[in-house]
Design a protein around this ligand. Structure first.
Ligand SMILES: [Zn+2]
Length: 168
């Protein structure tokens, strides 16, 4: 008689933590150093079509030409911007963008899609908003970044704590 018995398996929950470092790339490296040292957002402008890309990319996503790393192509974005949209990606809570984790019980504020001054229709930055209520985050709202103090800035997008509404 060849009768198989069902094997019971016990599942053990486990979270694997893997840490690694990788280069940001030449263009994003320049952006992050500028953010860390000068609180200055940098973008890059395609010499062919004029699209202003943030974060800066070596190839234009629109017309596919190489954007050379030269001063004429770099754009200093303004210290304010215009909100295009804001929402909670996963209901009231969001995944931590720096880890990809969703800490239990931690409530994240809305993500805002922002066009910094000096950008154009191709320029878009996604970041955390100070305002927790999306009904107060209407398209066209003027916003500005709130930077961490210099000794806490490490050269990442988290050097900006969040973006807040400004009255103009
Ligand atoms: Zn282009």
């Amino acid at each position: 008689m060849n009768q198989q018995t069902a094997q019971e398996y016990v599942r053990v929950p486990h979270r694997l933590t893997a840490r690694w470092r990788e280069p940001a790339g030449i263009y994003v490296n320049r952006l992050f150093l500028s953010m860390r040292d000068k609180k200055q957002l940098l973008a890059i402008k395609c010499p062919k079509c004029g699209a202003v890309w943030f974060p800066p990319e070596p190839v234009c996503g629109r017309c596919k030409v190489r954007i050379e790393d030269k001063e004429d192509n770099w754009v200093k974005l303004g210290n304010r911007g215009t909100l295009l949209a804001a929402y909670h990606v996963t209901g009231a809570r969001e995944v931590d963008p720096s880890t990809g984790w969703h800490p239990a019980g931690q409530v994240f504020n809305p993500i805002g899609f922002i066009r910094p001054d000096g950008g154009n229709e191709w320029t878009l930055l996604a970041h955390v908003m100070e305002e927790p209520d999306t009904t107060n985050l209407k398209p066209g709202t003027r916003v500005e970044p709130v930077w961490k103090p210099r000794n806490q800035r490490t050269g990442t997008m988290q050097d900006i704590k969040f973006w807040r509404i400004v009255e103009e």
